[in-house]
Structures are given as C-alpha cells and as structure tokens.
Design a protein. Sequence first.
Lengths: 154, 154, 154, 154
Amino acid sequence: MTHPAAKSTEQAQHIAEVVRAGMYANDRAIHALGIAITSIGPGTATVTMTVRADMLNGFAIIHGGLVATLADTAFAYACNAYNEMTVASGFSMDLMAPAHEGDVLTAVAAEVQLAGRTGVYDVTVHKQDGTLVGVFRGRSYRMKGRKTVPHLTT
Amino acid sequence: MTHPAAKSTEQAQHIAEVVRAGMYANDRAIHALGIAITSIGPGTATVTMTVRADMLNGFAIIHGGLVATLADTAFAYACNAYNEMTVASGFSMDLMAPAHEGDVLTAVAAEVQLAGRTGVYDVTVHKQDGTLVGVFRGRSYRMKGRKTVPHLTT
Amino acid sequence: MTHPAAKSTEQAQHIAEVVRAGMYANDRAIHALGIAITSIGPGTATVTMTVRADMLNGFAIIHGGLVATLADTAFAYACNAYNEMTVASGFSMDLMAPAHEGDVLTAVAAEVQLAGRTGVYDVTVHKQDGTLVGVFRGRSYRMKGRKTVPHLTT
Amino acid sequence: MTHPAAKSTEQAQHIAEVVRAGMYANDRAIHALGIAITSIGPGTATVTMTVRADMLNGFAIIHGGLVATLADTAFAYACNAYNEMTVASGFSMDLMAPAHEGDVLTAVAAEVQLAGRTGVYDVTVHKQDGTLVGVFRGRSYRMKGRKTVPHLTT
C-alpha cells in the first residue's frame, strides 16, 4: 500500500508521531475514557483502555458501544497518521467475548487499503489474556486539502 | 413480527416498561454518558443524549464510537424488551453528519426481524434540528433460558 | 433529501427512466440472471428475479451471494437514477429466510442519505408470500464528472 | 481457535476434503458460475472464478454482487469444513477495485472466531495480478444436530 504522498520511512514515522501528539492534545473523549495511544505508524495504531465500573451495562459487562469506541480510536489515529484530515464514514463491529471491570483492552488498527480519498482499516480488540473481544472494520474518507495537524512542519 | 412468547399488547408493553426500569437501574455506562431511555415497547426504544465537551474528538465533533454507543443503547433496550436476555453479536454504523457540543441526539430503534434466537434491529440517530447523524444496524443473540430482569413477575 | 442537481419531479422521473433503459441495455449480468427492473425513480428502484435451479447451493436454497446480487442491482439502479455515474463502495447483507427454486424475489431500494459524493441506500428482499428474505445496506460513491448514460439529453 | 469437536489434524483435513466433495456435487450455483474450490481445510477455503462476459454490469465491470457470491462461496466451504451444517446469517463486502472480462479472481477464506454456534470468517478477493478487489466478512450460524454431508463416515 503506497500512500500518494509517501515519504521516506523515517519521515513518514516522524509525521505519524507528531500527528499523534497533536490529535491527542485536543481529544477530550479519549482522555475521559482513559484511552492511551501506545504506538503509531503510517496507517497503523495501537491503543489501550482499562474497563472501568462506569463503562459497564446492566449485565456487568462493558457496553458494546464502548468497545467500538476503543476500536474507532485506533482506526482514527491510524488513518490520520499521514496528516491528511480523515474521518470515519462508517464501521462494523463483531463482538465475540465480553469484558469485565478491570480488564485491559488493546485495539490494533492496520490499513487494508487506501485508494484515492477512501480507505478500509481492520481493527482487532483483545483482552490482557489474549481473548479476542471483537473485530472492527472501518471506512475512512479524506477531507480535501485539510491537514489533521495544520501547523506541522515536516 | 410475532414474538414466540407474545402476550397481549398491554402485557407486552408492561413487560417492556418493567425491563427498562430494571436494566436502567444497573446500567452504569448510560448513567455516565447521561443517556435517557425516553420510550420503550416490544422491540422498540427511543433514547437521547446531549453531546458534552468530554465526548468530542480532536476535530471538536463527537467521537463516532459514542454515536454508536448511543445507537447500541437503543438497540439493547429494544431487543431486551421481551425480558429474554439478549446481547449484541455485532452492528454496523454509517455516519452521515457530525454533531457538536450541546447537540441533543435521539436514537430510535425498531425491530426488523426476530426469528429463533437471532434478530436484526435498525436504529436512526438524529440531531435536534432533524439532521440525520447516522444509521446503525444491530444483530442480536438471545441467551437460552435467561431473563433480562430475573425477578419480574408478569 | 435534495439532490444537488435536483430537477422538477417530472424531469427527475424522466431522467431515471432513460437511465434505466440505458443501463439495462448494456447490463449482461442481470440478463443472465433474469432480473427485471420493474420500477425506477430518483433514488429508488424495484427489481425482481425468479429463483432458478442453477442458483441453488448444495442445501437446495438460493446461494446467499445471489440474494446480494439481486439487492445490489436494485441499489445500483436507484443510485444511478440521477444520471451521475455511481458505483458501490460496499454493502452489508443480513439473511433472514431461505428461498427455493421457483420463488419470486422482489428487492426494493430506497435512498437513506445522499451527501456530496457518497450515499447510503437500504434494500429489502421479500418472497412472493411476503416473507422477508434479507436486508441490504449499500454505500455508493459518485464518480466525478461522469454520466451513467453519456448521451442522455434532458 | 479450537473447534469443539476437534479431531487430529489428519482427520480434520480428511473431513474437510470429503465435505468439499459432497457439497460440490450438489452445488448448482457454483457450477453455473464456473467456480472451482481449489483448496479446503478446517475453517479455510480457497476458490477461483474467471470473469465472464455474462457477469458484467452496464459499466463493463463485474457485478459487485458476483464478487460477493465468490467470497460467500469461499466462506460457505470454510465454515462447513467441520461437517456441521452451517449457513450464512449475513456478511459485509467492501469493494476496492473493479475486475473485467477474463480476469481470474481468487477468494481466500479464514476463520476469525468460532464460538458456540456462531462464527466470523474473513475473505479476501484478489485478481491474477495481485490487485485487491475486495474484502468480505461473513457471519455463520450452525444448525443444531445436522451434518453438511449426512452420510460421511469418519
């Protein structure tokens, strides 16, 4: 997968890291949820979240929408890592196993395809013991001529 | 769509309302998000949420995962309204328009099909001005022999 | 839903009908499958297909992919009815009931949202006895500056 | 991923191959489409199809539904390879690149998760030159107490 404006590997990685810092500084939702962006690269991201009591539904398991929120975060960082402002046009989530209070969830996003202004990204969500909690597939749409982090100088 | 254990209309509505109360009392995630369950019926539910500052991503719009969380809540209440414990096996979300701080989102869930232990539910999410924010389609799976609200006497 | 280049109702319907005729003349797959386009309008289409022996899988029911092919046909005609060349970027299909040899399937497509170059369309597939066979949700992408039927003069 | 009734590797592979033969003998749709099942294993299958003139839509590219039909075939063989009758409850398809007359498409299905009576399978579809045509995610549902190939003695 070659991105249209591909840079050297080092440049691309540098841009991804600066974008992460810029996005993270302004991203209130993920701070509220305690999500950490543990790694980033061109088209990839890994994020983690610990399941808190205030994330549980009436069955004492994490609300499925919050699993999707974690996966969507990995997707958002992965698809913005080129510093071209990109939003989700949609996604699907399949839930395989529940997670409980105190579980640590890790979502890993990888680019499946990027062509023109649209892309597809796959995200897996695992628990700390390796259990597969769910799989997510996101569809991205790049905004024309807008940077994710406007003042990034590369 | 006739549910296998269909009751009279009044009974079915009564069960739905008791289930809503029972689920809501124990549902910590939706309390944390300020979600209200504004109406319930057999296979249907309407829920609302006001977009708060701590729900915004770095682009100052609501995190897409939280739109899915709202829609998933409507879906969960709709598919549990028969008092047979039902979980989401998956869902898809298409996002059409952003929502900003202070916007009031309403998600309406309706049953498309319920057959055996699986069901499909459609949810629409609108803003207070009528803008369609997104559409969600959920797939439900009923747990064998378990009640959503165990001690409900009907 | 107002399409960017909205015309009067009569003009829009006329364009849709001319597009149907133009698409149908060149559409070899739907001729091979015996699909008829029974009605068309701006953003809507109805198509039918009779299940033949050569559409059955090893369980003697119609191959699920061919149900999707019928639904995708309704979607394609609905989203091209404005005479702006539009392709599917993806779709989801939920299958609810099987269909057998001789069953007549009808797929009805309706526009959920059309904004900029992307759209979402819902399609339902029913049997002749009213049984819901499946629901399909398609995502469309409009090609820039290309007509579906190039020489249509309106 | 351990299947509940896991056998030795050789037994599982033998069952898969006998199931393939049994399914293929009765599968009229894939004969009509010229689909070959080129490899099979427990939870996996590879299938191929050459794009024919009668598979093209009005834009002279393969009908998207027929790409899904090919992917759905790989999925069906993969999820039935344990000889427990399994049907698709639904799937999603993302289309990345068109295919033209004469292109040879290969779909490879792999099991993501199998738990209880439901499973998730991923399928990729490539052209002969390595171009990714689409990705498909299928959801399976196992019928209780029914064999795919009833008289298979193992």
